[in-house]
Design a protein around this ligand. Structure first.
Ligand code: CP3
Length: 347
């Protein structure tokens, strides 16, 4: 049995319900900017932490204890499902993720094996169960997975890319293989997030971080139906589903139409405009520039107040950064933002 939640303002805001204060959490709130994380990371690789329920739980709770955020996020990585796809995933220290066998042609898509999410990624469910027990109802737990364009881009570009040339060429030159790849990712992602929800995740986030690289028309044609195929069955489970991407200011309604209870936006759009574009019926998450956390305290506070002012008078705001916290961020600045958001919005 899951303990009842002492703090459910994140879930309430996701559902557009009134809250006693605006909930706040941060993408990448567990990670290298925290000394407590670096201490564990000194002795374990990223994959070791992800595959040990005990370590994953410890790292997940670090920002909950240190910062007082209103939600925990599962410690894992969006690329974990690539391991059972047999592409040779490795996190090379300081270099980010690489694949030994990236997708280069239609035949590579044919070769991707079907696998059981329960068997191959069951360790993530074990982490979720361990984290939920350790949280003991203090705050909800957010599970997550990568979005279809972002996952495909890692499979095809073999790492991060500036212009996504290989991914976009694959999409337009091999539309049938692209479709098969998308459908394979849809199946894995739905099963993977359902598994996390069944294990106790209170909400899930789909990180389609790089989807804003697409022309809106290409998004609608090549990605949106697949994003919808992921999001619709998850929304049906009843848990809030956050649909996140960066640089999506020009395609927010397309993202909304793909699905999600909450749309996550970055700082490149005014939050008030995002609310207006999206209309009633979805909540909005965002959108402090993570670089603001590195600046002088006075300008940081001004930026935080600016975000809150844009959301003032609206229900359904989840305060977050517009993209992950950077490793060089001072932890005190992050803690100060949590305090300020709560103090400014407490009813
Ligand atoms: O606190 C949290 O947000 C939960 C944990 C989390 C990680 N990755 C752990 C991690 C989450 C939510 C992610 C998501 C993720 N991973 C995304 C989507 C979000 C985004 O940033 O757009 C992406 C694109 C990845 C893929 C990935 N993982 C890259 C490109 C890298 C290398 C770059 C980097 O930041 O080092 C990773 C590694 C990674 N994943 C780290 C962490 C804490 C750093 C690894 C380390 O400790 O060395």
């Amino acid at each position: 049995m899951k303990p009842p939640l002492a703090n459910d303002r994140f879930l309430r805001a996701c559902r557009g319900e009134p809250v006693d204060a605006t909930p706040v959490w941060f993408m990448r709130q567990a990670g290298r900017y925290m000394a407590e994380y670096r201490a564990i990371r000194k002795h374990h690789t990223l994959l070791e932490i992800c595959k040990s329920a005990k370590l994953a739980a410890e790292v997940t709770l670090q920002p909950v204890d240190r910062l007082g955020v209103d939600a925990a996020i599962l410690f894992a990585d969006i690329l974990l499902p690539l391991e059972p796809l047999g592409v040779g995933l490795e996190f090379v220290h300081g270099d980010g993720p690489t694949l030994q066998r990236p997708i280069t042609c239609a035949a590579d898509v044919e070769r991707l094996p079907a696998f059981s999410v329960e068997t191959e990624l069951g360790y993530v469910a074990e982490s979720v169960r361990t984290i939920v027990a350790a949280l003991a109802g203090r705050v909800p737990l957010i599970g997550f997975a990568g979005g279809p364009f972002t996952m495909a881009s890692y499979l095809i570009e073999n790492g991060h890319s500036k212009n996504f040339v290989a991914t976009k060429r694959f999409m337009t030159e091999e539309p049938a293989a692209w479709d098969r790849l998308m459908r394979a990712l849809v199946d894995v992602t739905v099963a993977y997030l359902r598994m996390q929800i069944a294990a106790g995740a209170d909400a899930v986030q789909l990180f389609d971080s790089w989807v804003g690289a697409l022309a809106p028309a290409d998004y609608r044609r090549f990605v949106q139906p697949h994003a919808h195929a992921i999001l619709a069955p998850l929304v049906e489970t009843g848990v809030p589903v956050v649909h996140f991407g960066t640089q999506t200011g020009a395609m927010l309604r397309d993202l909304r139409d793909a699905g999600g209870t909450v749309i996550g936006v970055d700082w490149r759009i005014d939050l008030g405009r995002a609310f207006d574009e999206l209309g009633r019926g979805v909540a909005v998450q965002g959108n402090l520039d993570p670089v603001a956390l590195l600046g002088p305290r006075a300008t940081l506070e001004e930026s935080v107040r600016g975000v809150l002012a844009a959301a003032h008078g609206r229900t359904g705001h989840v305060f977050n950064v517009g993209h992950g916290i950077l490793p060089e961020t001072p932890v005190e600045a992050v803690a100060a933002v949590v305090e300020l958001v709560h103090a400014e919005t407490a009813s």
